[in-house]
Design a protein around this ligand. Structure first.
Ligand code: FMN
Length: 191
């Protein structure tokens, strides 16, 4: 299984990345391969809404997204990893997600389906400082529709509330154990 993780936090080894790497380590131990893409380190322009993708399904902007499209196309499982920023995805995650408008065009305008029947799935992994009941609602909705544009099935979420300081999640062994289980379930096709 080939997994790609789109890391949306600007914080290196923060809570969301720490959880993502625990998931990824478990996948690798089980024989899968994992690629990590730290979006904050890359030059990615926001979608310009130009419609340039409508005839080809490809974005006209030539930047670091080219490699991300390729890695996502090759992946069997995709994790969108983001902290909650003002009740939503981080800007880094959202900018990358918006650029999948090109894949939305491929699917809905050009009616080209991609790797259908292969059971490809996408998941949201997110963390937040507070514990409100709606804290992940906006991120989940965005993630669902970003994965729909990618033409992968939405596999669900892995969410941890109440973590703020960098690596605070390491103080929650139950959540770290759940991250391992999530990795095992993904590999076994149960998640
Ligand atoms: C700009 C910014 C906005 C944030 N907005 C929220 C928020 O609306 N609700 C919340 O619970 N936490 C919010 N947080 C806290 C982060 O979601 C939390 O610290 C998270 O665990 C960080 O994950 P990371 O370490 O992977 O970056 C915000 C943090 C920043 C820097």
């Amino acid at each position: 299984m080939n997994v790609v993780m789109l890391l949306g936090s600007p914080r290196k080894n923060g809570n969301s990345e720490t959880l993502a790497r625990r998931v990824g380590d478990t996948v690798e131990q089980g024989g899968g391969s994992v690629g990590y893409i730290r979006l904050n380190d890359l030059d990615i322009r926001p979608c310009q809404g130009c419609g340039g993708c409508e005839k080809t399904g490809n974005c006209v902007i030539k930047d670091a997204m080219g490699d991300i499209y390729r890695q996502v196309d090759e992946a069997d499982r995709i994790l969108l990893v983001s902290p909650v920023y003002f009740y939503a995805l981080s800007a880094q995650a959202k900018i990358c997600g918006d650029r999948f408008q090109a894949r939305w065009s491929r699917k809905y305008l050009l009616k080209e389906r991609f790797r259908q029947g292969e059971g490809r799935k996408g998941y949201l992994l997110s963390t937040a400082a507070t514990k409100g009941p709606k804290i992940f609602d906006c991120s989940i909705l965005s993630a669902r529709y970003i994965f729909d544009a990618m033409d992968v099935q939405y596999g669900g979420e892995f969410l941890v509330k109440g973590v703020d300081k960098r690596k605070a999640v390491l103080g929650l062994p139950d959540e770290m154990a759940k991250a391992e289980q999530f990795g095992r379930d993904m590999l076994a096709g149960k998640a």
